[in-house]
Write a protein that binds this ligand. Sequence first.
Ligand code: GLY
Length: 395
Amino acid sequence: MSTPVHGARRTRGHDVLVIGGGLIGLVTAWRAAQRGLSAAVADPDPGGGATHVAAGMLAAVTELQYGEQALLDLNLASAARYPDFVAELTELTGLDTGFRPCGTLAVALDADDRAQLRDLHAFQLTLGLSAHWLSGRECRRLEPLLAPGVRGGLRVDGDHQVDPRRLAAALLRAAELAGVAFHRSPVVRVIRSGDGGGTVTGALLADGGVIGADRTVLAAGSESGRFPGLPDEVLPPVRPVKGQILRLRVPAGHGPFLSRTVRAVVRGSHVYLVPRENGELVLGATSEEFGWDTTVTAGGVYELLRDAHELVPGITELPLTEMIAGLRPGSPDNAPLLGPTALDGLLLATGHHRNGVLLTPVTGDALADLLTSGELPDYAAPFTAARFVRQEQSV
Ligand code: GLY
């Protein structure tokens, strides 16, 4: 079925239209423009959405999960690109991204946490990853404000942090400088044409504009799984996973608070504290599967503060500056969906779940390769949407 658009204003056609101006959409458009393609981004609020909420941990090793070794390889490939990636952005734009190569300390608060962290450490070592076991006393020597009850921890020197808001601002500027066109209007739907509507040719905007493009990249985060204009069998299996996050401020003159990211699993919930050089302290995050709700709840705030207080009692002195919730684009195997779909002209860059910030550099490179050569690079090939189609057919 084709989807003609009556009475619409047609804008100039592009080589590439990216739907979604979060980190993933911005990096895709920027890298495409750098390779000589004419690129556009459609998003009413570039840098908003989950990008605006995320803490910005680059935690390939400390967030390692059993059974996710393929994702680990992609995460590590992206982490390795980060220093050059942010240096290139700063050189081009003059904007700082808040990248802080400070490492991470994952700690255990009770005997169960300690056993779990010991297992994770053994697993990390079997994979050749760099992580060092520390006693509780050694953890407190590194981070003196940790609670006396900390029973041990893992020092991971390669898991760093970046400020997603500043990174998005730098990407937006770099994209503008590279000639990317920004359409700040919501996308009403994807436009299809050809036999049976089998080719995506752009998008219809809420302001009445039609953006024509040879290739359209769906990078709409959690919205990707219900994007209008796409048949059910092409919609990526992406769902919203809510995260509530708090921002606190370490006042000037307070003295050192934390020098690196600190995280723990407290009664089964992940809690992390991400200290920025400018005094901001980000405290996250809940993980809730309640659909499209982004309200900040008393329960969410209570749990975050309770768990963080067990970890670092001194946080209760700090001013609380922001409470916010966003939606991670969850996928069935927690890994992103990159590359082609069953529709000509439609590509995916979505489903990055807990790793969108970390995977920004490698996603930009992979999509730029695909857009210019027609092939995904080997490191991205395991992450096409075809992996889910194959699984469904084989049962
Ligand atoms: N990677 C951190 C989070 O998803 O909360």
